[in-house]
Design a binder for this molecule. Structure first.
Ligand code: AMP
Ligand code: MG
Length: 699
């Protein structure tokens, strides 16, 4: 291994804004021994410098090789170092800045220094530009109107790094000029403090225990995007993804990335090796869905529900990659790998009760054993052996001392004169728990695809794990369509209706455990819908639309998806639910739900929920159901499956008074669905029917 530990830092030239972790601050993440540590929020540069100093000192003390990455350029475009310091050596520039930049949690002199440099090496119109202060600075242009740069605008690396900012821009969104000027002095001070122990890549051979490297998290942006859930801070995710990616590279692959010649300007680690870096960033990166995953069998008119579900089940594969999270953050997440116990539960044989331990079995009849001095308590084991024929005081959870395999309960004994007396018989092992009787070290305790429950957190913790590999949350967009739809709570004209589906669908997704994303509303306009889906394709894994899914003139969801060749309108033999439009938009599954809220909800429960579960890596989930007597009468013809809004009262299933699919009140009235099979039924009160409680769907 070239390095033992990788720590990546997302630098910031901004001011300290307080103790609450936030974006655009300094973030650092360490991976050591393949273990990712939680990213650290470093509220200002002084704190970051202390963190880095402590890390370097600790790694040196432990004899470990450390790769420290920073997301700002280590050098300036060719010619600048010589103009400023008289030599091409970029480390001469580091020293030059370290000697001049004063920096504090709230202010620094970088803009003045940029102006001073412009006056020295340019003609006062460059190379630096942008003034973040309200006062004018002699020699520092505020914008690019009168800008003149005597040096190249970009380094050679930045010609390849599409979207990278130049180091000349001293401020504004995304600018890195301030980061370089505030970052290099910190690195230079660390070099001086740990003299002879630090190499700077690619300027020096990496023959010292600590290496500073330049990184650019945008190289792994798709993985960062996929991993950034709601409430996550992107900068924190970035440093984690880069640290994990570098740590997973083979020594050969890493050596190839390190092999560059850029003695003056420096280089971005991984540039030119993007696919290797991406593969390392997301080793479980799922393959894209097949283009024909929503194709229907030829010649079928109305597809039975079960057949439609089987097709989806066979074709949908996970879309989300994996990440390590601490046990405390694992609730509700989908396990990416089987979880194995690193330690047995219980780890040692112990007593299940308070009592007296001895070597069993005890014979039938009165038993009297001398007590040894001392006791064994949970967390305070007896260290010594108990001789045969003697007993010892033991407390619940205590490890069984050597010589003890059986325990007699407090309630069953008399104690006095250094002896314990009780009545046999007692089997060997009575009142004890054997090491590993619950779980053995190495056992698979939870399977991949499981959604972590509170009980799982206990099990995972008990077997010695602090972290588990989970999949990134599945981001699902919700979009309403229709010219008539207006925002709930706004003023509505006579022909308009309030958007009832969007709040319902967003809430359902939340309850299912996905990450809902509100994509708003679009009118019945193909261009607008197209633009909205294009935008969504980079942001979410899948989309639920409602409305416009049939084949009518205004049914633009189905029309658009059809036109792009990505859609199959599924005519499913289901009530309520008109055709369901299923398609792939730029590789992103789109579930075109019916507009009627009742049908939208039923189709979401029956089709979208298991399909999304498959995309989220959960496997195929079938809700549990109970067979109960009907409290209603109903006659239905063969040909399609029906779902009725229903609830249980006195053990019998009642159904809502109307089957009208516009009756939203029935959805609130109901506590589940009655499922009537595809064939004909003539149901009388008391006949058995299948009831699926909403709770079985996770609602
Ligand atoms: P569509 O599928 O677009 O023909 O819509 C079917 C019915 O559902 C129409 O009466 C629509 O007005 C209604 N509808 C469509 N979208 C929504 C929505 N978001 N909220 C409530 N009703 C809707
Ligand atoms: Mg419509």
């Amino acid at each position: 291994m070239i390095f033992d530990t990788f720590a990546m830092v997302d630098w910031s030239g901004g001011n300290d804004t307080g103790p609450t972790p936030r974006k655009d601050a300094i973030w650092a993440c360490k991976v050591a021994n393949g273990q990712t540590h939680r990213p650290d929020y470093l509220r200002n540069r002084a704190e970051a410098e202390a963190w880095l100093g402590d890390l370097i000192a600790a790694e040196l003390a432990a004899g470990r090789r450390l790769c420290l990455g920073f997301d700002f350029p280590f050098g300036y475009p060719a010619g600048f170092a010589r103009a400023l310091t008289g030599a091409d050596d970029p480390l001469g520039l580091w020293a030059w800045f370290a000697d001049r930049v004063t920096d504090g949690p709230k202010a620094n002199i970088r803009f003045d220094l940029a102006g001073e440099i412009n006056r020295r090496v340019g003609d006062g119109r460059g190379p630096f530009w942008f003034n973040g202060l309200t006062r004018d600075i002699d020699g520092l242009p505020k914008d690019k109107a009168h800008y003149a740069n005597p040096f190249p605008d970009r380094r050679r690396a930045e010609e390849l790094a599409r979207g990278a900012f130049t180091c000349w821009q001293m401020g504004g969104a995304g600018a890195v000029g301030g980061q370089v000027m505030t970052g290099l002095p910190v690195l230079e001070r660390l070099r001086r403090r740990f003299a002879g122990q630090v190499s700077v890549w690619p300027f020096e051979p990496l023959d010292r225990p600590v290496s500073f490297v330049e990184i650019w998290p945008s190289l792994v942006d798709p993985v960062v995007k996929a991993r950034t859930g709601p409430g996550d801070i992107r900068d924190a995710v970035q440093v984690q993804v880069v640290a994990e990616a570098l740590s997973r590279l083979s020594s050969d692959a890493l050596a190839r990335m390190l092999e560059v010649a850029a003695p003056e300007e420096g280089w971005i680690l991984g540039l030119g090796h993007e696919s290797a870096l991406m593969a390392a960033a997301d080793p479980l990166a799922p393959p894209p869905l097949r283009n024909d995953c929503f194709a229907l069998p030829a010649g079928v008119d109305w597809t039975p529900v079960d057949e439609a579900l089987t097709l989806l089940r066979e074709r949908l594969t996970p879309m989300t990659g994996a990440e390590q999270v601490s046990v405390g953050r694992a609730l509700g997440r989908v396990l990416a790998e089987p979880v194995r116990a690193v330690r047995a539960n219980p780890p040692l044989s112990n007593t299940a009760v308070d009592g007296y331990g001895f070597a069993g079995p005890a014979p039938d009849g009165p038993v009297r054993l001398p007590l040894v001095e001392g006791r064994s308590a949970a967390g305070a084991p007896f260290d010594g052996a108990v001789p045969a024929g003697q007993a010892i005081r033991v407390l619940t959870g205590a490890a069984l001392p050597d010589g003890v395999d059986t325990v007699v309960l407090d309630e069953d004994v008399a104690v006095g004169r250094g002896q314990v007396a009780f009545h046999g018989p007692l089997k060997r092992g009575a009142n004890t728990r054997k090491a590993g009787e619950d779980v053995d070290a190495g056992d698979v305790i939870l399977d991949a695809g499981r959604v972590v429950t509170p009980a799982d957190l206990a099990l995972i913790s008990a077997v010695g794990l602090g972290e588990v590999a989970v999949r990134a949350p599945l981001k699902v967009g919700v979009l309403s369509t229709g010219d008539e739809i207006v925002e709930p709570g706004s003023a509505a004209g006579p022909g308009q209706i309030f958007d009832a589906n969007r709040p319902m669908l967003l809430a359902m997704l939340e309850r299912f455990g996905f990450a809902p994303v509100d994509l708003g509303r679009v009118p019945d306009d193909r261009a607008v819908l197209r633009a909205r889906l294009d935008a969504a394709a980079g942001e979410v894994h899948a989309v639920l639309t409602s409305g416009g899914a049939s084949a009518g003139d205004e049914d633009h969801v189905s029309a658009l998806l059809c036109e792009s060749g990505a859609l199959r309108t599924w005519r499913i033999a289901l009530k309520p639910g008109r055709p369901l439009a299923l398609g792939l938009w730029q590789g992103m599954p789109v579930f075109g739900l019916p507009g009627n809220p009742v049908a939208a909800m039923v189709c979401t429960l029956i089709f979208a929920r298991p399909a999304l579960g498959a995309l989220a890596g959960r496997g195929w989930e079938t809700p549990w159901a109970v067979e109960v007597p009907a409290a209603f009468e109903k006659r239905k013809k063969a040909g399609r499956r029906e779902y009725l809004r229903a609830r249980l009262r006195d053990g019998r299933a009642e159904v809502f008074k109307s089957e009208g699919s516009g009756r939203i009140s029935g959805l609130s009235w109901a506590e589940g669905l009655v499922e009537l099979e595809d064939g004909a039924r003539d149901i009388r009160p008391g006949d058995p029917v299948r009831f699926l409680p909403f709770s079985a769907f996770g609602l």
